[in-house]
Design a protein around this ligand. Structure first.
Ligand SMILES: C[S@@+](CC[C@H](N)C(=O)[O-])C[C@H]1O[C@@H](n2cnc3c(N)ncnc32)[C@H](O)[C@@H]1O
Length: 295
């Protein structure tokens, strides 16, 4: 059971392209070599590549992919999680969805084994055969627009969880990583940061509150674990910012001065937001609830 609500309340394809289709060459200058564009998981001695690998390993472990035959990655970016799943499971068929043409072309040019990438909104993806595992990493932030009421937001997340429920086989796992809103009141600097991020960097997007996700997934999913690793995201953004500054001249050649400056400001603002608990980072493992849908 799904509804059109998800499609209309979240970021449009144009808004997603505004952010991601600046050019893969630009992102290559400051992301890790696998082009993973979401919070890493840091341990002592890690570099960015190692911390991204640790995060992919963690998410895959939470999804228990050993016996999985079909895996869906909603918001697959440049395909790093699809590659990691293909490396660890020698039989699963893996489908990735993105709204970014650059990401789609990048994966198509060198597709990992047993994978398919689609330029498609999750709400339009109706494969007819259930999945065993669904991942959604760093994409949920785009499913609700800035400025909606709490009721509208929760209804939109519910349409996403109902969609995942309908796409999963019995016992299926859903693993979500998402930025969330923190619980500290915003001061003036934070309000300016939030407005800048919403208007200039992530149009038509807004992160969820944990209570909205818990409410929206009621009777559809069992929540198996939730961790908040917000400081991992400030460390990740600090590393991205350092790499962007190191490659500043190339970044300006790839994307222009205005975009490069806006990205520096976005990463600086994000470090502040995560350090000061205005934003948090959830890694959530869920399991499809048994029994008929209700509520
Ligand atoms: C921050 S990137 C994260 C990419 C990847 N999961 C990673 O960790 O590297 C967000 C991704 O979500 C995708 N996305 C956003 N809204 C979407 C939607 N409604 N349907 C499918 N993909 C979507 C974008 O195209 C992009 O690939």
């Amino acid at each position: 059971m799904t509804s059109d609500i998800g499609e209309h309340q979240g970021a449009s394809a144009d808004a997603v392209e505004h952010h991601y289709d600046i050019g893969t060459e630009f992102y290559r200058l400051w992301l890790d070599p696998g082009l993973t564009y979401s919070c890493a998981m840091w341990a002592d001695g890690d570099d960015l590549r190692g911390a991204q690998q640790r995060k992919l390993d963690y998410l895959i472990e939470q999804a228990q992919i050993g016996g999985a035959g079909r895996v869906l990655d909603i918001g697959c970016g440049w395909g790093s999680l699809m590659r990691a799943v293909a490396d660890r499971n020698d039989h699963a068929l893996i489908t990735g969805l993105t709204l970014s043409r650059d990401q789609y072309q990048h994966i198509l040019a060198d597709p990992p084994d047993r994978t398919e990438v689609r330029l498609e909104h999750w709400n339009d993806h109706r494969p007819g055969i259930p999945y065993d595992v669904i991942f959604c990493v760093g994409a949920l932030e785009h499913f609700v627009r800035f400025g909606l009421s709490r009721r509208e937001r929760t209804a939109t997340y519910r349409s996403f969880f109902a969609y995942c429920h309908s796409m999963l086989a019995p016992g299926g796992r859903l693993v979500v990583q998402t930025i969330g809103k923190g619980n500290r009141p915003l001061d003036q600097v934070s309000i300016t940061d939030v407005q800048f991020l919403a208007n200039e960097i992530f149009p038509e997007s807004d992160p969820p509150r944990l209570a909205e996700l818990a409410h929206a997934s009621e009777k559809l999913f069992e929540i198996r674990s939730v961790i908040n690793d917000r400081l991992d995201y400030s460390t990740t953004c600090a590393e991205w910012l350092h790499r962007l500054r190191t490659h500043r001249a190339e970044a300006e050649r790839a994307a222009g001065t205005r975009v490069t400056e806006a990205y520096e400001r976005y990463l600086e603002a994000s470090i502040r937001q995560f350090d000061e608990q205005h934003l948090v980072l959830y890694r959530i493992a869920l399991r499809k609830a048994d029994g008929p849908l209700s509520g």
